[in-house]
Design a protein around this ligand. Structure first.
Ligand code: LM2
Ligand code: CA
Length: 481
């Protein structure tokens, strides 16, 4: 129901704008997110002011804010102990301050919300903020009657993703599974989300949404205001019974197919044009409800995608993500690691720390250091590109050796080279003839275009000089005098 309202409003806006894609069309509202994985609240507030707002990011996806079990690993964030907003990432006050300061900088906050489960601990314990708990006992919040006891597997753990009831009512890696069909449970979880909204968040990520029946999630988010963005995390398993499409009735979903399609193209240097966004892409939810990404905190530790460990290819992946006309892109920014479980660096008090990123810098992050993806010149340049091309459609591309490029009709041209030979790529374009500044190299600062940053468009062709592992992008707003 919530989503329907949004869709009708969007359709009305489209009708008003006449749906024109002419080169002088008004720039479409860009809508780019960034996942600041395990970034503490005060540091996110600073990034909003110094880097994200100026670069034009629209929202930050945070890590969970809930009180969690005590431990060094990053994933303690996914074992809630209570709904107090007191965590290694900051206090309730700091969370509220972050939301306010980011909003002031033009950046919304999308909070990761863990509502499918509580802890995966077998022994009783005390959480980060002092709340006591046992596996299915959370004093003042939940008792064992509020949890599923699926009775479908020997230890009540999920075994078989082909069995819907197991996936949704058994325990995910021993995490105590809330009975989200219960009205009482739904109401309490809804109150938690409402609390986040009362602090000003603009959206929520529903963690482990696949592990809750879509109707349960629908009921939990139903009381939220219509303009709160709900993004369900439903990892697409192509042959599984539970599909992301089930979760579109009340919000958007993360579309895992996007990165799975992109990565092999970059690795092989063999690129294929996707179907036009308006027609939809195979195994993708519709573009207007798809949140797409190169990687996230789970895939960079699991799936064989392109990640920060892939050097140039990772830059190219982000360039293509941001140049595309499909879905809402989320840039991922975390920290380098060599142990999957390793938590983000902490101070003496056990709280997570993060130094500010320097806009335009692209540090070579060693294990434990922040990648600062969101501050890279290449990313800032592509946000600039995205603003300039607006809703101009992506046209069929051209390939030459391991290089590939395409036009956003009349407004921008992008090219990447996934091979180890230089390529002069000729991309047909209806952009006006002239000299343009490569925004990937310049970080979007077109006026003082760096040496080697000029790209010629003549006779309906953009000539992109693509170094091995390089990317170039030009747009109508970065034409040189
Ligand atoms: C998610 N989405 O659906 C998160 O994106 C993902 O990062 C979470 O897993 C998962 N679902 C649960 O919220 C992470 C991490 C796991 C970790 C869990 C719980 O990837 O490794 O599991 O959080 O903290 C860990 C141990 C696991 C153990 C479990 C419970 O790795 O071996 O299971 O804790 O103690 C016995
Ligand atoms: Ca469940």
């Amino acid at each position: 129901m919530r989503r329907a309202v949004v869709a009708v409003a969007a359709a009305a806006a489209l009708a008003l704008s006449g749906c024109s894609a002419a080169p002088d069309a008004a720039e479409a509202e860009p809508d780019v997110g960034v996942q600041l994985f395990q970034w503490p609240w005060p540091a996110i507030a600073e990034e909003c002011e110094n880097t994200l707002g100026p670069a034009g990011f629209d929202w930050v996806l945070t890590s969970p804010a809930q009180e969690h079990v005590v431990g060094e690993q990053w994933w303690v964030s996914y074992q809630p102990v209570s709904y107090r907003l007191e965590s290694r990432l900051g206090t309730r006050e700091e969370f509220a301050d972050m939301v306010a300061r980011c909003r002031e900088a033009g950046v919304g906050i999308v909070a990761d919300a863990v509502v499918n489960h509580m802890t995966g601990q077998d022994e009783p314990g005390t959480g980060w903020a002092g709340s006591t708990y046992a596996h299915t006992e959370y004093p003042g919040i939940w008792s064992s009657a509020d949890f599923h006891a699926c009775g479908l597997t020997p230890d009540d753990d999920i075994r078989d993703y082909d069995v819907r009831a197991q996936v949704q009512t058994c325990e995910l890696v021993n995490l105590a599974d809330l009975d989200t069909a219960s009205p009482r449970v739904r109401e309490r979880l809804g109150a938690f989300l409402a609390d986040l909204v009362s602090l000003g968040v603009s959206g929520v990520r529903i963690d482990a949404a696949k592990h809750m029946a879509a109707e349960d999630v629908a009921a939990i988010v139903a009381p939220l205001p219509d303009d709160v963005r709900v993004i369900s995390e439903v990892i697409r398993g192509p042959l599984e019974p539970i599909q992301p499409e089930e979760y579109l009735g009340f919000g958007d979903v993360f579309e895992f197919s996007y990165a799975r399609d992109l990565a092999p193209q970059l690795r092989s240097g063999i690129f294929a044009d996707p179907a036009p966004a308006a027609e939809g892409r195979a195994m993708h939810v519709p573009a207007d409800q798809a949140v797409v990404f190169v990687d996230n905190h789970d895939t960079e530790r699991g799936e064989a995608g392109v990640t920060g460990r892939d050097g140039d290819l990772y830059v190219l992946a982000n360039v293509l993500l941001l140049a595309d006309d499909f879905g809402t892109p989320v840039v991922y920014s975390g920290y380098a690691f060599d142990d999957r479980d390793a938590g983000a660096p902490t101070g003496a008090d056990g709280r997570v720390v993060a130094d500010p990123c320097t806009p335009g810098e692209h540090p070579d992050a060693a294990a434990g250091e922040r990648t600062c993806t969101h501050a890279w010149a290449e990313v800032a340049g592509m946000l600039d590109f995205r603003r300039a091309v607006g809703d101009a459609p992506r046209l069929p591309g051209v390939a030459d050796a391991a290089a590939y490029g395409f036009e956003r009709e009349g407004r921008g041209v992008v090219g990447v080279n996934a091979g180890d030979e230089s390529v002069e790529l000729e991309v047909p374009t209806s952009m006006p003839a002239g000299e343009y500044c490569d925004v990937v190299l310049s970080g979007g600062r077109g006026a003082d275009c760096p040496d080697g940053g000029a790209v010629i468009v003549a006779d309906g062709v953009a000539r992109l000089s693509l170094a091995p592992g390089g990317a170039v992008a030009i747009h109508v707003g970065a034409r040189l005098p």
